[in-house]
Design a protein around this ligand. Sequence first.
Ligand code: AKB
Length: 347
Amino acid sequence: MNNKEPILITGANGEVGHGLIPKLSELGNYDIVSLDIRELDEELKPHIHETIVADILDSTVVKNLLKEHAITTIFHLAAILSTGGEKDPFRAHQVNVNGTTSLLESSYQVALSEKRTIKFIFPSTIAVYGIPDLETKKKVGTVKEDGFNAPITMYGINKLYCERVGTYYSKFYKILETRPEVLPIDFRCVRFPGIISAMTVPSGGTSDYAPEMIHSAARGEGYESFVRSDTVIPFMVMPDAVKALLTLTNAPKEKLTQGIYNVSGFSATAEQIAGLVNQVFPDSSISYNPDQNRQKIVDSWPAAVDDSAAKRDWGWKPDYDILKAFNEYLIPEIQDRYKNNQINPTG
Ligand code: AKB
């Protein structure tokens, strides 16, 4: 008999999917069903129980797969990021908001009719913050979950709204009706900082200058940063992002005093990242040619986030500070992968 837990990963082909899927497969306890609008990368396929190529908005496909596979946990990774979202805000809203609400509704209906619970794991982002100006950003330093929730991008607005909708589905859904004592959706959310992965070159994000800088240097190419050298936001490396998702997923429900948690690895300026890149690749030439509008987006994000609630409630602790991230993860993995031609663009 197969005792593996059936889980669904939407947007499986994206950057976080490329980090999460191999880790879940290595753990060996899961049957992974992937859903993405694009054909899944060949390197991910061996880890997957069933690959579904479909639109997240197709609720017939989604409901059927939730039932057929008796999905217990969903990692809802499908999203259009901050820079991509500004190119087509209406489409971003459709994918980010309608995709999420449609998946929540299908999950609720299926779990309710089958008298069970579905865990809904939702990655949110520092893009939900909107700090009005640089002076305020410098003054406030570290922000808590509920401060400055005034995003300026469609992506940030979509994520902030969906955090609330997820909370609604897990706590307040149809509050006027007779409802089950425990609602069938267990919604849990981590707000990620900029993520840097050795496995993939991201696209469509605005924190992408950091991973682009590192990957360009590893390819022996120069890099022109689209943000100023003193730009500062929080980051984490992919293994810590995966660790955050899995630790929150496995945390006992009674320990969770809130549904939405900041997590962070380290804060760094563009110049600090460039400095570390230059130490390993001394020939890499990194210059700065800020794009006013992308700069405005990054400047509206906090310099650091307070992740003390995650530390307190579910023992969150990143494994990587900035030096360990470079010395023990990014540089060795990236060098290895470029040697073996194993880097994927995502977006
Ligand atoms: C983006 O830049 O849009 C993302 C994010 C910070 O969520 N990487």
